[in-house]
Design a protein around this ligand. Sequence first.
Ligand code: GTP
Ligand code: SPV
Ligand code: MN
Length: 592
Amino acid sequence: MTKNKTVLEWLEQMKELLQPDQVLWIDGSDEQLEQLRAEACKTGEMIKLNEEKLPGCYLHRTKPNDVARVEDRTFICSRKQEDAGPTNNWCDPQEMYKRLYDIARGTYKGRTMYIIPYSMGPIGSPLAKVGIEVTDSIYVVLNMAIMTRVSPKVMDVLGDSNDWVRGLHAKCDVDKEKRYICQFPEDNTIISVNSAYGGNVLLGKKCFALRIASYQGWKEGWMAEHMLILGLENPKGEIKYVAAAFPSACGKTNLAMLIPPKYLREKGYKVWTVGDDISWMRIGEDGRLYAINPENGFFGVAPGTNEKSNFNALASTKKNSIFTNVALNLEDNTVWWEGLNKNPPEHAIDWKGEPWTPDKFDKNDKSTCAAHPNSRFTAPAVNCPCLSSEFDKGAGVPISAIIFGGRRAKCAPLVYQSRDWVNGVFIGSAMASETTAAAAGAVGVVRRDPMAMLPFCGYHMGDYFQHWLDMGKRLGDKAPKIFNVNWFRTDDEGNFIWPGFGDNMRVLNWIIARCEGTADAQETAIGYVPKPEDIDLTDLDMDIDTLKSILDVDKEVWRKEAAEIEEHYKKFGDKLPKELREQLEILKANVQ
Ligand code: GTP
Ligand code: SPV
Ligand code: MN
């Protein structure tokens, strides 16, 4: 497959360490993948679903102890602890290599070592990068074949270069006490042991495309961000692109595939999906910021996905997809999850592999759900009905607006615009959101999650903020405008006030109009908030007073917020850029 010495040497080292019975290069051909699918079905690792209703689709269950990312077991192993910063777990690289090699040694005995050559980004694109993952899991191979571009061509493009990311995944015993997800940014290396769940083991995704790539971007002058990318087409056929960073399970896939409300569709508004999770962005020749989606598929949250909330995501899962930890509907050998429809199957197997009937469900106990709250689908991007024609081109799309957002029951208004880039970086750096099921641990706790990158930044977050400021200086007046949104304000009963989903288009339209200089705004203590009459409520069952209530900036609430941001900032010590400290002082003065 390759003559690249750095590749061959590393693979030899891996073989010696892992001691597989067999070695198989993955070429990404359907013939080879079909054999692996058959093998996985034979061993029970995967279940083939109804070929008529879900052609080429499979179900897989991970162990109940292994259903989400594990942030407390995730490490950035830079040589100096300071370089990992206060928000990452750190371990000395030599010590961690030894620990991990001791765990992985000999664990491929009796098994096959699969070698996956893959490209993040269209193969050969100047914005793309190469990775090689070795794994002992067919599930990982099949998911990587959807999520990335797997092909021998990747090795041709790499040639004899050493610019590629090493990824070792060993399933071991899926022992959560010995689970580690480790990034060695200075060595372009990732090692993941004792897990078989998505974000922990599909090493091209969070481990490479965010943790390693954010470090590379810092060194090389570009950005790797936890952002969806979408194109918004207006009735004149003009398309403007925006990128949006929301924490895990806070609505990126949904926004990326949004279908506008009927009255806007009839006028000719459309949304095109470029990416739903990760964005790599570089300054182009014309000085603007260009983004590509390095992935080739969607690893989306299943619960809550339905024809109404996200038609395009659901359509994407109708063929050649893999479902993880959803329920198996025994009536027709298809899948089901909470929120798919109002008809739970009378007979099903739940995500733990046990018989399930609707009466098992107890609203107050998430563990009685048929599908795990973080159950996922892995769907090829080509299946998406609204996939952008730019998706595969590799040149990237010019970004007009960057949007931050999170889940805040109170506090952040529906939408506001930063006063300028530096103020926008401040807003991103101070972002907070209620935690979700995408990571192990408590759900619903407000935590600071700067730029939605808290679990994904591969270096010191103070340096990361400075990198954002530096990019802004280079972009100058061509910099995208920065906004913040919050779809999740609740009333006193805990119900969401804003309808969300397709209706978020009403907010996107204001954002684009602000970029074009055609919409008005009111200046508040935190930035520019829309005049209520500038958010179009046509056909919506919402009165202007309700809208006003979620556009409101309550100084009292924000005084508390500013105090919390001050606490949050203390972590960064003298690595906190002085511009951000000044921004905090401005906020404090404004809310007095
Ligand atoms: P990751 O894949 O973990 O990065 O998640 P994501 O950011 O892509 O989140 P996703 O779009 O999958 O949405 C996660 C959950 O948020 C789902 O249960 C959605 O139903 C819900 N959600 C998404 N958009 C909205 C919205 O506009 N309003 C409300 N109330 N819920 C939403
Ligand atoms: C997230 O948690 O942000 C995801 C899913 O996109 S995972 O790939 O598990 O990280
Ligand atoms: Mn994500």
